[in-house]
Design a protein around this ligand. Structure first.
Ligand code: ADP
Ligand code: MG
Length: 394
C-alpha cells in the first residue's frame, strides 16, 4: 500500500495546536501558507547547466502558520522531529543592516536565508510554526518547500511585488548562502509555480515554464523512497557542478546548454574521460527532457518511459550519481507489466525513484518492489499539484 500523508488542513491544524502550546493561547494565529515538495520526472543535473527540467509539484507540502509580533524578535518552531535539535530558534532581526549569520541548528539556516533574501525589507518580528508532510532529505525537496513556504509567509506579513520568478530566485539564494548548497533553480521554481494537473517544462536559462498536462486517469506516478541517503551527496554535488563548468569552459561555451554532441566529440581529446562523461550526460539529458515533454503532450507514454530509463542509465554510468539501492528499484519496476518507465529522481546517492505506470498496475508494482528491494521502501502515489499559496484560516 502507498503511504497516506496528512492533508493540508490537518497539517494546518497540527501547526496551530503547536503554536498555541509554544506561544500561548492569547496569541492569535493570523496567517497560514503552504508550499509543495516536488518530483522531477526527467532532466536531472541539467538545471545548473542552464538546461531543461520537467518536474511537478507534489501534494506533500510544508505549512507555515504564524503572526507578526511587536519588536524585532523572530521565533520559529518546527514540528518535524527529523530536523536537528533544538526545534525552536529565537533571534533578533538585525537593525543595522548586518547580515543574519548561518549557524546551528542547521534547519534554521533555510529560514534565516529566506529572511535575508526577502525582497521587501525591512521585516517585522514574527512567530511561526513549520509543519511538513515532505520527507526530509528524501530527494523530494523538503528544503525548497520550506524556503518557499517561509517566503510566502513573509509575503503575508509584508507584501513584496509578487513577482514569482524573483521569489524562486531569492529562495535559491537562501539555500546557497545560508544552507551552503549550490543548488540549481528547479526545486524553488516548481514549488512556487507548480500547477495542478500539470508537469512544468522549465527552461533554466530563460526561466520560462511551459505547463504540460498530466492528468490522464489511466496513468499514475509512483514515488518509491529507498530510505537510504549516502553521505557522498554533500561533496559530490558541488564536484559535479565544477566538472560541468570545466567542460563548458574547454568547449568555449557559457554553459553546457550551448553545447551539442558534435561539439563534445570534437573536444573529446581535450577533455579527460570523467569530464567528458559528465558533459555527455548533461548534453544528452537536456535533449531527452525536451523530447520527453513532447512525448507527454502527445500521450506517447511508452516513449516517455523509454527516455526515463535512458536517463537513469546515464545517471548511473556517465554521471555516476546513482547507487545500488536506486538501481535495484528501477530494475525491479521495469519487470512489471504496465510500467512505462522508472528512474532515480533528485540529486542521487539515495532518495527516491519515480515510476510512470498504467493505473491498473499500481498494486502489483508496489508488491513487486516490496518483494525485490533489499531495503524497506516507502511508496507515495503523487498527483501533480498547485504551487505555493496562502490558506484560509477558518
Ligand atoms: P531534500 O530537499 O531532498 O528533502 P535537503 O538535504 O536538501 O533534502 O534538505 C533537507 C533539510 O531541509 C533538512 O535536513 C532540514 O535542515 C531542512 N528542512 C526541510 N524541511 C524541514 C522542516 N519541515 N522542518 C525543519 N527543517 C526542515
Ligand atoms: Mg533539497
Amino acid at each position: 500500500m502507498a503511504s497516506p500523508f496528512p492533508s493540508v488542513p490537518s497539517l494546518v491544524a497540527e501547526a496551530r495546536a503547536l503554536y498555541v502550546q509554544v506561544f500561548g493561547e492569547e496569541e492569535a494565529v493570523l496567517t497560514a501558507v503552504c508550499a509543495p515538495g516536488r518530483v522531477n520526472l526527467i532532466g536531472e543535473h541539467t538545471d545548473y547547466n542552464q538546461g531543461f527540467v520537467l518536474p511537478m509539484a507534489l501534494p506533500m507540502v510544508t505549512v507555515v502558520v504564524g503572526s507578526q509580533s511587536c519588536g524585532q524578535e523572530v521565533s520559529v518552531v518546527t514540528a518535524t522531529k527529523d530536523a536537528d535539535q533544538p526545534l525552536q530558534v529565537d533571534f533578533s532581526l538585525p537593525t543595522d543592516g548586518a547580515p543574519l549569520s548561518p549557524g546551528l541548528p542547521s534547519w534554521a539556516n533555510y529560514v534565516k536565508g529566506v529572511i535575508q533574501h526577502y525582497r521587501a525589507p525591512p521585516l517585522p518580528g514574527l512567530k511561526a510554526v513549520v509543519c511538513s508532510s515532505v520527507p526530509l532529505g528524501g530527494g523530494l525537496s523538503s528544503s525548497a518547500s520550506l524556503e518557499v513556504a517561509f517566503y510566502t509567509f513573509l509575503q503575508q506579513l509584508k507584501p513584496d511585488d509578487g513577482d514569482k520568478v524573483s521569489k524562486a530566485l531569492a529562495c535559491q539564494q537562501a539555500e546557497h548562502t545560508h544552507a551552503g548548497v549550490p543548488c540549481g533553480i528547479m526545486d524553488q521554481f516548481v514549488s512556487v509555480l507548480g500547477r495542478e494537473g500539470h508537469a512544468l517544462l522549465i527552461d533554466c536559462r530563460s526561466l520560462e515554464a511551459t505547463p504540460v498536462p498530466l492528468a490522464d486517469p489511466e496513468l499514475l506516478i509512483l514515488i518509491t523512497n529507498s530510505n537510504v541517503k549516502h553521505s557522498l551527496s554533500a561533496s559530490e554535488y558541488p564536484l559535479r557542478r565544477r566538472q560541468c563548468e570545466e567542460a563548458a569552459s574547454v568547449l568555449g561555451k557559457d554553459s553546457l546548454r550551448d553545447a551539442n554532441m558534435k561539439d563534445l566529440e570534437e573536444a573529446k581529446e581535450r577533455l579527460d574521460d570523467v569530464t567528458y562523461r559528465r558533459a555527455r550526460h548533461v548534453v544528452e539529458e537536456i535533449e531527452r527532457t525536451v523530447q520527453a515533454a513532447g512525448a507527454l503532450k502527445r500521450g506517447a507514454y511508452t516513449q516517455f518511459g523509454r527516455l526515463m530509463v535512458q536517463s537513469h542509465n546515464s545517471l548511473r554510468d556517465l554521471y555516476e550519481v546513482s547507487c545500488s539501492e536506486l538501481d535495484e528499484l528501477v530494475s525491479a519496476a521495469m519487470e512489471v507489466e504496465g510500467v512505462y518507465g522508472s528512474r532515480m529522481t533528485g540529486g542521487g546517492f539515495g532518495g527516491c525513484t519515480v515510476t510512470l505506470l498504467q493505473s491498473h498496475a499500481i498494486d502489483k508494482t508496489i508488491l513487486h518492489l516490496q518483494k525485490r528491494y533489499s531495503g524497506t521502501p516507502t511508496f507515495y502515489v503523487a498527483t501533480p499539484s498547485e504551487g505555493a499559496r496562502a490558506l484560509n484560516l477558518s
